[in-house]
Design a protein around this ligand. Sequence first.
Ligand code: PLP
Length: 838
Amino acid sequence: MQDQSFQPNFPAAGQPIDELALAEIKGTILAKLRLAIGKDAGMATKHDWYQAAALALRDRIVHRWLTAEKHSYDAGRKRVYYLSLEFLIGRLFTDALNNMGLLKIFEVALGDLGVSLPELRKCEPDAALGNGGLGRLAACFMESMATLSIPAIGYGIRYDYGLFRQIINQGWQQEYPDEWLGFGNPWELQRPEVIYDINFGGGVEHVDDKGRDRAIWHPGETVQAIAYDTPIVGWRGQHVNALRLWSARSPDPLKLDAFNKGDYVSASAEQSRAEAICKFLYPNDESPAGRELRLRQEYFFVSASLQDLIKRHLSSDGQLRSLSSKVAVQLNDTHPSLAVTELMRILVDLHNFRWDEAWKITVATLSYTNHTLLPEALETWPVELFERLLPRHLEIIYRINVQHLALAEARAPGDIDFRASVSLIDEKSGRRVRMGQLAFVGSHRINGVSAMHSDLMRETVFHDLNHLYPGRITNKTNGITFRRWLMLANPKLTDLLRETCGDAVLDDPTQLSLIEARASDVEFQKKFRSVKLHNKMALARLIGERLGIKVDPSALFDVQIKRIHEYKRQLLNIIETVALYQSIKDDPDGNWVPRVKIFAGKAAASYRYAKLIIKLINDVAEVVNNDPAIGGKLKVVFLPDYNVSLAEVIIPAADLSEQISTAGMEASGTGNMKLSLNGALTIGTLDGANIEIRDHVGAENIAIFGMEAGDVMIRRKQGLDASDVIRKSPKLQRAINAIGTGEFSPGDPGRFESIAHALRYLDHYMVSADFDSYYEAQRSVDARWQVAPAWTRASILNVARMAWFSSDRTIREYAEEIWTVPVNPTTPLLPNLRDVAG
Ligand SMILES: *Cc1c(COP(=O)(O)O)cnc(C)c1O
């Protein structure tokens, strides 16, 4: 490759293609096809072409990567390490092409070679190394850190199998393995030289070392971690960072000794035990309690990542005293909390630091993002398991706890409840280690992911810890990368925005506000609507292909796409669907707004109730879609196998975004941001980032309904029986009866009895309690839809006012307030509305 100084070009509309560059790209693709894939153009499959094109692109990225790496190293820049058990990446091909400014030229080059880029794009499997929002956030953050030229490495696990593939069989979810690596992965580079030993089990010996106690861990088992790097390109290719994922293997996979004796079974058993660590991703709604393999995963990736970053730091700085001035480690949820104890162990046991100094370094280096307040989701591990798997770490936890509880005693002398509440050990439920408390105590900053969530953190789970360590809790409202969720997912809207706001909008999302002035302009509205219609036609085509259901693109597309969970309340949505269906049947000639209810999402394999909700949605769909009396005014669609790539098709086509979680339960949400950015109006509760979305788009451009977080807490205290609200709501009563008596499951009338029962007597998620308010909000959405110019205006204003939800803004805040690393000065700083408002 001669052209190492190659500059990404972003051809303005109509600008001719650089013929020289085009010829070179075609040459590289053909060379890759022959030499890396071993095929010639005549016999290559689509997949071969995809691999060849990806490799040709990767070469160009690698040049920039090495340059970026050298710059950061030479300048001695501080680095960010983002530790996350999940990275929900999706596809990388067009993302990398777009950020490199090569989308157009590759499309032409491939076209000249007789293959279509959109077709090749579909050959890439989604990298689904995450469950949902938390994992997708990590992926958006990686892209934004590269865009802001922050030297960063994302650390995680290279799971052999990502999140399961969902198939819907007769309305029921079935799970199949996700073999995303089956055809190889052109993005990753194996680093066979980057290997670390990860130890488990055994015992700890204490010896006297010149008057100081020294701990020596004699592990019972060792596993090796091997690095695989995937380059993450920032916007305009200015900077490239690595996502470093660890794979596990047994230190001597062949165990020659055993093999020579013919004992293949025990030799390979040890190997499988080691490799099990990176076999699969745990589903997040499954309580990990007691799942030893999960704890092994957590320690495995934390230990490998810390060893790696310590080695890098030592090779540039020669000592560890300065660690926190050169290294910031962000813990994405409690899954990497063991970093607190592992860093202490490395400093004290391996590098002879005094405990107090090691502690200062650790706290100054680490920071922790909390993602949930749900008590059942707060991670804890039995002390007994810790003792068996990580004996030295348990000792360190006890020692941290001694100093920590001494501080608590000093703050609130004699207050046993206070000490019990902040302790790293939960003594009540059979002695368990609390990972949230551990991460909190070992971090200098702890952040929530929306304003409301951070407030609730201070008021609830971390109330006492906040008292003990004031000033540590801070808020960093989530964001999304606009490159993927606007430019790539919605090229037609992007073209319209470029035409209206100028190309600066590609770099500076505040330029979006320029379309505000055009929000009521008839011509602009027409163009805006035609973009939406185009996207809806594409989704209608996909629905037809995958499900054989015909939907009308001029109907209101009402979407709820996210993990299936009781707190997210897909049930509220489907009950409202039933009530609407019954109302239409009562009055078929009424002035109904044609709607398509679109659902997508996976339920954790062991979450039976969530899987029953999927079945209910599909059973309702079956009845509604085939009822001639409805005359197509209502359709219900459940699109299987929700993932990033499916989201990229649904989101640009949405008119209405369902963000209807029980108030106080959705930490932030990011799906809400993607949908609003693409012009969907939100119907939602005052929960998570919905509140900030309302602040930005304006209360008149969003439909808020339902109880607030405080109301929910009060009502729950009064009991979960919902008979009172059901008695007052004939519509709700009738919908519940229909479900409970089998109107949608005539072959199995008792199928949904448990749901009907919960709606009546165990309404923990306030589905019944919020029903009337939700139904009414939906009818006001209908009324608004019937005045097209008003709807379009609100939709335009949603797009115009979403700039603040760019993950570039979020990352800039982390950089300045948590990591203290400089960001690329050319990126604009967006003020927080709340600060501006004072
Ligand atoms: C954005 C995203 C999520 C998170 O959606 P929420 O509505 O915030 O829960 C989950 N899965 C995928 C594939 C996503 O792209």
